[in-house]
Design a protein around this ligand. Structure first.
Ligand SMILES: [Ca+2]
Length: 247
């Protein structure tokens, strides 16, 4: 009986030792490190493109067999609660008489952020547009040594002219917006084809409501000659902008 009693005491002592080591909270753990319930971004802007291939809800426009502006090959776009994401593939074009490839590639993204083609600016590039905002990368996506540069100098313009008028026509007007840190970009160039991904905040183009917007992209060479347009038919101006669902 005494032996059994001692065994029980030993067992109780062991259990209490174990429980004293098993502290409920780790004092070295910062509560700020706990994962939060923030929604996961639809696309990570890192110059790797597997996440685009895996997207379920993505809008796509591709170049046709005949095109007056063949530089842009593919345009994709998607959105999550915070951002609109744009992906494009661009084949570098010859520039000048010596046949050398372009060394500068500016581009613009036109966003009809209310989805209504009757409001906002017009353009010769698409049949229905009504864009509220234009994002412009004046320096372009080409970096040194055949790379895609970080486009932290992208500008954003509000069309605040007369509805249905071209920005450079009578009654047209663009106002540069005083916003910074609204976009991210990354990309890579392989065999003369640049693949680029850009994201920008929905709030800066006033596309906060669920529904859809439409957008299109135009690319240029160093002399601002138009080299690529998507969406595009056989010629620019034949098709409407591409619709992107906004969750
Ligand atoms: Ca509009």
């Amino acid at each position: 009986m005494k032996k059994i009693f001692l065994t029980i005491i030993a067992a109780v002592a062991m259990v209490s030792m174990v429980s004293s080591c098993n502290k409920p909270d780790d004092p070295n753990k910062d509560p700020k490190d706990e994962p939060k319930d923030e929604p996961k971004e639809a696309v990570v802007i890192d110059g790797a493109f597997a996440d685009w291939a895996a997207l379920k809800d993505v809008a796509v426009a591709e170049i046709g067999e005949t095109s007056a502006y063949p530089g842009l090959l593919t345009l994709k776009a998607t959105a999550d609660e915070s951002n609109i994401y744009v992906y494009f593939e661009y084949e570098l074009q010859e520039e000048g008489e010596d046949g050398a490839l372009q060394t500068s590639a500016p581009f613009e993204i036109f966003v009809n952020s209310d989805g209504n083609p009757a409001t906002g600016g017009a353009s010769w590039l698409w049949s229905e547009i009504g864009y509220e905002y234009m994002l412009e990368c004046e320096t372009g996506f080409l970096g040194e040594n055949n790379t895609v540069r970080d486009m932290d100098d992208m500008n954003i313009y509000l069309f605040d002219g007369v509805d249905g008028v071209d920005a450079w026509g009578e009654g047209g007007h663009l106002t540069q917006q005083e916003v910074t840190s609204f976009c991210e970009s990354a990309g890579a160039i392989k065999n003369g084809i640049a693949t680029v991904e850009v994201s920008f905040l929905r709030s800066v183009v006033n596309a906060n409501k669920a529904g859809s917007c439409t957008l299109g992209i135009v690319a240029y060479n160093g002399g601002w000659g138009t080299t690529g347009v998507l969406p595009q038919g056989a010629a620019a101006g034949e098709v409407a902008l591409m619709e992107v669902a906004l969750p």
